[in-house]
Every structure is written in C-alpha cells, then in structure tokens.
Design a protein around this ligand. Structure first.
Ligand SMILES: Cc1cc2nc3c(=O)[nH]c(=O)nc-3n(C[C@H](O)[C@H](O)[C@H](O)COP(=O)(O)OP(=O)(O)OC[C@H]3O[C@@H](n4cnc5c(N)ncnc54)[C@H](O)[C@@H]3O)c2cc1C
Ligand code: SF4
Length: 578
C-alpha cells in the first residue's frame, strides 16, 4: 500500500466541528482474558503516537471492529481503535444484576425513527462501550443458511417466490433492492469455525440442520421456556434443538463457565458470555493494539490522491473538556454499526458514488408469542434463549423468498413489562395485574428475513445533536415479505404454544437488529464496498460491521459479522503485503 503524504499535504474532507469545545492466530492459541486482567492489560497497553501514521485506525469495537483489530495486531500491525463509549474494566464490579443499570450499555444518542413500522432503537438493538453492542447481546449464534446468501436468485418471480412485490432478475439494481451476496457459504465456513472455536461456542453434539457441524463445547442447560418450546414443536412434528450459544458451558482458560443467572443482556459479570471485551479485544491489546475509549470519530483528512490520511475525533476522557484530536493513519476501518457508519460517510460525503450509502436499511422480523402456563416457568432463570428451530427457513405457503428461525425466550421483568405495555396495550392496574403472573409466563420468538428495499434507508436530518452533527433519520416500513413472515410466525408459534399447554396467548410484533446501509457487492455502481469490505472509491477505506450485509439472512447476525471481519482483515493483510 502506498504511504500517505506528510501532515502538510493533507486536506480536510471532514465535518462541522463538534459544538462542544484470528485466524489461524488471532488469539486462538491464548486463553481469553479473565475480567480481573483488564486493569493490567490497560496499564501495559502500547500507545501509538498520533502524529505517526498508524497502520490502521478502527472506528468502533463491536462484532465488526474487535476481531479484525486482534487479527491485524497479531500480524504485527500498529492499530488504534477509537470507541465512542467507555471501557468497563471490571465486569464483576461494573455490571449489576439490575435491568435499569444496564442502560449505560445502550447507544442512546437520539435517532429519528420514521416509516410505517418505525424501529425502536436504544436497548433493542444498539450498544456502546469497548465491546460495542456485544456487551449486552444475547449470544445466540446460528450460522447463515447457504440459501439465504442467494436471496435474489430465490426471489426470482419464475420460482413463485418474489418478495416485497419487486421482481428480481437475480441482480442488484442501482436503486437498491434484493441482491445475492458476493460470496458463498463455503467462503464463510472457515471463518465461522475460527470464531466458534475462539469464542468457545456451546452447542449440540449433532446439529439437526447440519449434522456434520461440530461445536467446541457441549450445550448449555436448557431452561424452562426451552423445554416448553421442545414440547410444543414435538407436538407439531417439528424439530427443536439445543441452540448454539457463545457462552461457555465449561471453563476455558481463565474464563469461567455460565452460571445460568440470566442477566446476559445486562453485561455478563463473570466473563462466560463471549462479548468482545473478554475475547477479541484483550487478544488485540496483548498483541499491541491500542484502545481509546470515549473517543468519537467525526471526520477525515485526505491526502492529495484522495486517500484517508487521518481520522479526526473528539476525546471525552475529561467530560468537562472534550478535546479535538487527530490520528494519522495508512488505512481506516469503519466498524461503527449500520447507522453510525453510513451517518459518518454521508456527513463527510465520502465513498458514495453509487448513491448506496445509507440505502437498504434492514431489521429482522422478530415476532414473539407469549402465553401463560399452569405451572411456574420462571423464565428469568437460566441462559435466556436455549432452544432453536431452523425448520421454518422456507415456510410453506408464504410468498417470500426467505424464512425465519425460532428461538425460546427469557425476558426479565422490566423489559417484559415494557413489551406488555407496547404489545398488548396494557397500562396501570391492568398491566400490573398481568405482570403478577410473570413467573407463569413464557415466550417464543423468531428472527426472520427482512428484504432490502429502496423504501428503507438512513439519511441525515436537519436536526443536530449535542455534538453539532446531523441526527440520523431512519425510514423503515415492512414490505409484503416481512408482513407475510410475521403473520406465518404468529400462527405457527401460537399453535406451538397451544400444544405446549399455554393459555391467554398473545402476539407481539417487533423487529430487531440493524443491517445493510453500506452493502457489499462486486458492482461499484450498486454497492459501497467490494466483496471483502474495501470501499470501491477510496482504497484505504474499509467497512467491517453489520452495514455491509446485502440481505439480512434469517440467522442472528453477530457470528456472520465476526466471520466477515476476520475475512476483511485477511484481505487487508494480503493487500498490504503486495
Ligand atoms: C440487546 C441485544 C441483543 C442481541 N442479541 C444478539 C444475539 O443473540 N445474536 C446475535 O447474533 N446478535 C445479537 N445482537 C446483535 C449484535 O449485537 C449486533 O448485530 C452486533 O453487535 C453489531 O456489530 P457492529 O460491529 O456492527 O456494531 P456494534 O457492536 O454496535 O459496535 C459499534 C461500536 O461503534 C461505536 N461507535 C459508533 N459510532 C462511533 C464513532 N463515530 N466513533 C467511535 N465509535 C463509534 C459504538 O459505540 C459501538 O461500540 C443483539 C443486539 C442487542 C442490542
Ligand atoms: S446466564 Fe451465563 S452468560 Fe448470561 S450473564 Fe449469567 S453467567 Fe453470563
């Protein structure tokens, strides 16, 4: 890769100033960090000078940023990660058995939500801090189904499965819409295996929908909602299995096994859950990467050739005196998630010759069905989601190219109360009366394909936030495909819950996760980055987060994001060595 010019040669491409003043290696051979190690790691962390170009600056430290940070550091690169949120150094002290306290893990900057099915943000789908949304993720890690990577082909009207009323000829269009992935399942498998091994995924000995697959650890104990799901599915003649979960069922090095207390979404206190702060990020720091928490990236400097020469950011380590800073670099990886990544590109006007930055925002169809059982269920006990079914990946009688997976649910009281208010319209005495039954209630939910659509996108609004930057506005409306999947799931899950013995069954329609907005593809006119995550327009700008997905897949996204992150890192290392 060619080197950037010295600092006098750079020109500002950036933003309005803020208003306030593992591969074969990738840590795989090392035990991930135990929580108590954090302070030591931080104290010994290498510091990279700002006025010397780092080999790469990584913006964001979640599922997209963390794995590649580790891989690049282990390859000997000088890498710096800028993370808008704080670094929680001691999960045992910082993460409480307290739903309300967990709000500190959510990305709560205001986002404007628009469309017919506007997205709920915050706790539902976005996090912040060293480790990103993975600090409070559910660690449910199915792989993508191979067919889901060929959605445009599957949506071809000639096979009667056209989605969203938009016929597809198997190719993406300039206006966006359904597209096949520019890679195959076989391309992903070696990376899936690396991630599963490194995180210590727990799963069944034989996975019913891919019997040849092997998980490194035995499955976690199935909790009561999981057993009810197995009962209901068995009655319908369907298969339900222990799920693949990125939490340890047995000790692994210094990481302790899961103690089944169910507070995963509040941050795991003992390091059993494979969040990035106890896995890839300690590996990255040990290998020489620098993490800069409370550092928000908002602009870039470019050299005369138009390449990124430096990242501009605000360091809020001292909240009273945020400081504008600048890190010179040879390459940048945008890993800020499917809203902040396109927001930064739209704001700086970079890498958008295709007009695709911000387009095709997707959120999984996440319909839930709830019911009351005669015997106590105690859904707050155990790992929250322990059982999966992939029988519904191509549901019969649905005019949609994709499908959904089903998972058992465990939702804690405060979150559940909010869902009951939103989904069932109960307030006051009616709400508290229903919540008295909490110990007898259990749920079952889906993660369903959301087709990319030109109707759904992230744009900059006219309102500015506390940093002086335009707030993002997200347009999101279900199309025919999502509506059909939600309806099918509502009926099937209700039947399963009836068969399991539930009464007073109700359906909660919701969506989850954030995807798309900087899609990858081979065609520069129809995508933002190439099949390895490199910008078509600026050759030292890469994207590695949930924004690169060309379609949503039915699987929960994080395993695929981490696999893609390692693949992007390998592509960068390969390009750098030439
Ligand atoms: C409650 C919850 C449960 C979930 N459960 C599951 C699950 O069970 N299975 C699954 O597969 N997925 C799950 N997910 C989704 C999964 O966590 C995300 O898909 C994944 O973390 C996205 O990775 P990312 O790297 O794109 O973004 P993130 O992990 O969100 O990381 C982005 C990071 O970038 C930082 N950032 C943003 N803007 C800037 C900036 N300008 N400068 C510096 N830093 C910035 C943010 O603070 C954040 O830390 C869940 C998510 C949530 C919220
Ligand atoms: S249930 Fe297991 S993984 Fe979840 S927070 Fe508790 S110990 Fe961690």
């Amino acid at each position: 890769m060619s080197r950037p010019q010295n600092s006098r040669d750079v020109r500002l491409a950036g933003l309005a100033r803020p208003s306030s003043s593992m591969g074969p290696s990738s840590g795989a051979e090392r035990a991930p960090a135990a929580p108590k190690e954090f302070a030591r790691l931080r104290a010994s962390m290498r510091r990279i000078p700002e006025d010397e170009p780092a080999d790469a600056v990584v913006i964001g430290t979640g599922a997209g940023g963390a794995p590649l940070l580790a891989r690049l550091a282990e390859a000997g690169m000088h890498v710096v990660a800028l993370e808008a949120g704080p670094w929680w150094e001691s999960p045992a002290d910082d993460f409480a058995t307290d739903e309300l306290d967990a709000a500190k893990l959510y990305w709560l900057d205001e986002r404007l939500s628009a469309g017919d099915t506007p997205e709920a943000f915050g706790s539902n789908n976005s996090g912040t801090g060293v480790g990103g949304s993975m600090l409070h993720w559910g660690a449910f890690v199915p792989r993508a189904d191979p067919r889901d990577l060929r959605l445009a082909t599957e949506a071809d009207p000639s096979n009667g499965k056209g989605g969203n009323g938009k016929p597809s000829n198997g190719k993406s269009t300039r206006a966006g819409g359904i597209a096949d992935w520019p890679l195959s399942y076989d391309d992903l498998v070696p990376y899936y295996e690396q991630v599963e091994r490194f995180l210590g995924v727990s799963g069944p000995e034989s996975y019913p929908w891919d019997p040849a697959r092997r998980y490194p650890n035995p499955p976690l104990a199935i909790n009561a909602p999981g057993r009810l799901m197995q009962r209901g599915f068995a009655a319908l003649g369907m298969t339900a299995s222990a799920a693949p979960i990125a939490a340890l069922s047995v000790a692994d090095g210094e990481r302790r096994p899961c103690v089944h207390r169910g507070f995963c979404h509040q941050g795991c206190r003992n390091g059993a859950k494979a969040s990035m702060d106890v896995t890839y990020l300690p590996a990255a720091v040990r290998a020489g990467a620098e993490l800069r928490p409370l550092c928000f990236a908002h602009g870039f400097e470019r050299d005369p050739e138009g390449r990124i020469a430096a990242v501009l950011y605000t360091d809020s380590t001292d909240p009273e005196r945020p400081t504008l800073r600048r890190q010179r670099c040879r390459a940048v990886f945008l890993c800020a998630g499917a809203i902040e990544t396109p927001r930064l590109l739209l704001h700086t006007g970079l890498a958008n010759g295709s007009g695709q930055v911000g387009r095709n925002f997707m959120a999984h169809v996440a319909t839930q069905v709830w019911g009351t059982f005669e015997q106590p269920v105690h859904m707050d006990r155990g790992f929250p989601a322990t059982v999966i079914s992939e029988d519904t990946l191509r549901p019969e009688g649905v005019h949609a190219p994709g499908g959904y997976i089903v998972q058992s649910l465990g939702v804690l009281p405060v979150t559940f109360a909010r869902q009951v208010a939103r989904g069932r319209g109960l307030f006051g005495a009616a709400l508290t009366g229903y919540l008295d039954r909490y110990n007898y209630v259990a749920g079952i939910g889906i993660n369903g394909e959301c087709l990319p659509s030109p109707r759904n996108f992230v744009e900059l609004s006219d309102e500015t936030d506390a940093r002086g930057l335009p707030k993002p506005r997200i347009q999101f409306s279900y199309g025919q495909s999502e509506l059909e999947l939600a309806d099918h799931a509502g009926r099937l899950l209700t039947a399963a819950w009836q068969a399991a013995g539930a009464t007073d069954i109700w359906t909660f329609q919701r969506s989850a996760h954030m995807l798309g907005t900087c899609r990858m593809g081979a065609d520069p006119a129809a995508s933002v980055v190439d099949p390895f995550g490199r910008s078509h327009e600026i050759d030292n700008l890469w994207v590695a987060d949930n924004s690169v997905f060309p379609s949503s897949l039915a699987a929960n996204p994080a395993l695929t994001i981490m696999a893609l992150s390692l693949r992007t890192a390998d592509a960068f290392l390969h390009a750098s060595s030439n």
